[in-house]
Each structure stands twice: as C-alpha cells, then as structure tokens.
Design a protein around this ligand. Sequence first.
Ligand code: GLY
Length: 359
Amino acid sequence: MEESHRLASFDHDILFGSAGQILANYLDQHPEKNPVLIADENTLKYCWPMLLSSNERLNQAKIIQIKSGEENKNIEGCKEVWESLVNLKISRNDIIINLGGGVVTDLGGFVASTFKRGVPFIQIPTSLLAMVDASIGGKVGVDFVGLKNVIGSFSTPELVIIDVHFLKSLPELQMKCGFAEVLKHGAILDNAYWQEATKSSCLDLEHIKSLVFRSVELKNRLVLTDFEDVKDRKKLNFGHTIGHAIETHYLNSSTVLLHGEAVAIGMIAEAWIGKETGITSEACFKRLTKTVLKTYKIPNIGRETHDALLEIMRNDKKNMGSTINFTFLKEMGVSVINQTASEIQIREALNFLNTIATG
Ligand code: GLY
C-alpha cells in the first residue's frame, strides 16, 4: 500500500498513512475543536493507545464506548451514544472520531450526523472491511426491525484516515470478512485486480496491506460518479442481495455469520443465477466459485428457511417496486446493474448452495 497517499472523495479526503500523525495534524489545524472518541471495547484497548502519543489534546478526548458486534448496531445503541453526547455537552464545534470497524463507523457516523443536526466526524476504520468498504462513500446507519442498514443517511465525514497498521491486531475471521469485499471489487470492476487479490491468502498480512489502496480507489471511483447510488455505485451490490438476506437471517439465530462471509456466499449464489440467465459466463462463474470456496465455508441453509430469506429480499432497500434487484457479473471484472430474477431462480440458487455446502 502507498503510505501518505491521498484520494479526493465526494467532499472530503481519504488519507492513507499514520493515523496518529494525520489526526495530530488535523487537531493542530483546528484548535477550536475538542476531540470526542467513539470506539468499542476492542478498539479502545488495542487501537486508541496507538494514537494517544501523537497529540497532547487526544489525552483530553471525551470517550464514548459502544458494544462491538452487528447485533448492537441499532437504535438502542444510537440512543446510548446520543445520551452520552448530551451528558458530555458536545457541540457542533467539536469533532467526533469514530475508531473501529463497520459497526463503529456506521453507527458513529449516523449518530454524529444527526446529533444537533450534525457534528463533524472523522472515520478511522480499523478492520479490513471498514477500510475498503464501510468507511468509504458516506453511507451511515443502523439496522432496524431485523433489516440491515435500513435506517441511515448519506453523510460525509471531514476525513477518512486509513492506517493499515491496525490490521496487525485483526483476528483471522475479520480478515476473511473484509477480503470478501476486496474480491468483490475485482470481480465487478477489474480482472487484473482480481488476479492480484487471489494470488495469495487473505491471511497474508503484507499481501492484504498491498491491496487496500486499490480497493479504496475502485470503490471511490464509483462513489464519485454516483454518490447517491442510483447508477453505477449499484455495482457494489453484487453478492449483497442474497448475502444480506443470509446475514440478516443468521443475525436472528445463534449461529454467527459475519457480513463478509455472507457476501462471499451471496456472490456464488448470484453468479449462479447470472449464469442460469445467460448473463454471467460459465468460466466466470467457475472462477468465482472456486476462489470463494478456498476461503469460505458454505453453511447448509435448509429449504425451510428459503421463504424467510425471500421475504427479507422483498424488503431489501435496493429494490425498485416489487422486483428484487441484483447486480450480476458478465465476465470477471465486468458487471451489470438493475438485473432481476424470478423467485424460482432465487430458490434454485439457494438449493445450489446446499449442493456445495461445506460446513
Ligand atoms: N457498500 C455499498 C456502498 O457503499 O454503496
């Protein structure tokens, strides 16, 4: 990855390099803003100490701790943070620093953008998933009534700071989770990048670090041309229609299945439908499936859950009217938005998953 690099996003910069140094520069340039940290128990313990020595003012930061885990990314979690912001007398002159994975950046960004009609915030993603996806593009929000990210807004931060040193302390499962989005970027936009990403294991830290900049660059390009997600940004939805349904279903059960794992499974199912409808080439489907299966387990999703999964898909915020909306691959690196599939085809794709279930 390129150190000290900058990408211009919609109305803010994405800066790559030492988070401590970049944050220190920001605080020096904004002496009037008091820092307020939002972090979870893990990032407070492992990531915050990495920043503290970089600027004296960080030692005076007010700290709000939230609970890690997608099951806590909800309105209750927001209420607790809003209450803390009231108690701490935070104003629009202050600066909220969201330090964490997707739960922190999504919830923290949403809380910041709604408190007193908007307190400026900085996103410092610490997981691979948050670096290459959640913190990029100004989508913030929380889950509601069992639906993923259904309450939220487009609200851009002051800055996104990407420091790949945080990945050192990231558990293997979290690395796999973020890698699904890396694979997706190659699959939908760039065959050469797909080849590069699949050259080595997602548990090879140096390899992963070398991919972050390009993934962010690819996503940011879509955000710049279609911030409001009505055209090409929808390419990022590949794997997410079926993936979100599977993730949501497991969120309400005792089995843990993380977002990236669900997206990986969703990519296979959606490539299968694409192949059946003649949009995705057979070679592309095979390549994708072989690669995904190397890293991810496919759970046995019983037929009895297919109705529930379809009901979640019917409620997907990506739909237009009553049809379920998909992005399909044509070839590796080439994708097409606004595709549909019949419920029969979706059920067949879920059945196909069961034929390759591994765990
Ligand atoms: N995660 C998809 C998007 O930002 O549009």
